[in-house]
Design a protein around this ligand. Structure first.
Ligand code: FES
Length: 250
C-alpha cells in the first residue's frame, strides 16, 4: 500500500478514536452532573451564637426562625428546627432541569435544616428593615401550584407573590410562581460536641442575580464593598426578629 494511503488510514483511526473519547467524556459529564447535581462546596463555617461560641443543636428552639449568612457575607439563610426527624432523602429538580438529592435534617434529632432565605421567584429576602419571607411552623392555608386551596405546616412562605416551600422536603415548591426549591445549605453535625457547620449548598443558586439586583442596598446594609466575599470561620445565628425589625404578616 502506498505510504500516502497508509497515512490516511492512520489519521482516520485517530480521528475516530478522538470522536469516541469525546462522546464518552460528554456522557460521563452528564452522569456526574446528575449524580452530583447541584452540589457545591464552600468554606466550612461554624454556626455560632451571639456570644461567638459554637451553637449546639439543642440550643435551637423548635419552630423558630433563625437567620445566618452563608456562603457569602450578604446572603441570608434560614436555620430551622422543625421538631420531627427528617431522615429521608428527597429527589428535587432545579429550574434548569438538573436533579439533585436533599439529604434531610441534621442534629441530635435529625430535625435541623437550613435553606437560603432568598426566594426563588424574585429574590425577596429578609432585610434589616423588614422580612417578607419566613418559616411558618403551624398549619397555614395557601394556594398550591394548581391554585387550589391547600393547608400544611412547617412551610416557608413568601408574602411577595405567595410562593410556598416545604421545609420538611428540601424546600420543595408547593405553591406560587417560584421555579425551583430554595437553595439548600448543606450542614454538618458533630455528634460528639453537638456542633453545627455549614459546608456548601445543594440545588439551584441565585446569588449572581441577587448581587446584580441588590448590590447598592446590600453594600449599605452590610457596610461592605465586596458583597460577594465568602464567609470564613464562623457565622452568627440570630433570631429573625433580631435581624429584621419587622416581620410582614400576610
Ligand atoms: S419573590 Fe417570593 S413569591 Fe415572588
Amino acid at each position: 500500500m502506498p505510504e500516502m494511503f497508509r497515512k490516511l488510514r492512520r489519521n482516520r483511526r485517530s480521528f475516530m478514536k478522538l470522536c469516541m473519547t469525546a462522546v464518552t467524556a460528554s456522557q460521563l459529564r452528564h452522569t456526574l452532573a446528575w449524580s452530583d447535581g447541584g452540589a457545591r462546596n464552600y468554606n466550612r463555617v461554624s454556626l455560632v451564637g451571639s456570644n461567638g461560641r459554637p451553637l449546639k443543636s439543642n440550643d435551637l428552639e423548635v419552630g423558630r426562625n433563625y437567620v445566618f449568612h452563608y456562603p457569602y457575607v450578604s446572603t441570608p439563610c434560614f436555620l430551622i428546627d422543625v421538631g420531627d426527624p427528617l431522615d429521608h432523602a428527597v429527589e428535587l429538580r432545579q429550574e434548569d432541569g438538573q436533579g439533585y438529592t436533599w439529604n434531610g435534617g441534621v442534629g441530635h434529632k435529625k430535625s435541623i435544616v437550613a435553606f437560603s432565605a432568598i426566594c426563588a421567584h424574585k429574590m425577596t429576602h429578609p432585610a434589616k428593615s423588614i422580612s417578607f419571607i419566613d418559616y411558618r411552623h403551624e398549619t397555614i392555608k395557601y394556594r398550591d401550584t394548581g391554585r387550589n386551596l391547600a393547608a400544611g405546616e412547617k412551610l416557608i412562605y413568601c408574602c411577595s407573590e405567595q410562593s410556598v416551600y416545604d421545609a420538611k422536603r428540601g424546600a420543595m415548591v408547593l405553591g406560587g410562581p417560584a421555579g425551583q426549591p430554595l437553595t439548600a445549605v448543606a450542614l454538618e453535625y458533630d455528634e460528639n460536641r453537638h456542633r453545627l457547620s455549614a459546608v456548601g449548598t445543594r440545588g439551584g443558586e441565585m446569588y449572581d442575580q441577587f448581587f446584580r439586583k441588590f448590590r447598592s442596598r446590600l453594600q449599605l446594609e452590610y457596610r461592605v464593598t465586596d458583597i460577594g466575599e465568602l464567609v470564613q470561620g464562623k457565622t452568627e445565628v440570630m433570631l429573625l426578629e433580631n435581624f429584621s425589625q419587622t416581620r410582614a404578616s400576610c
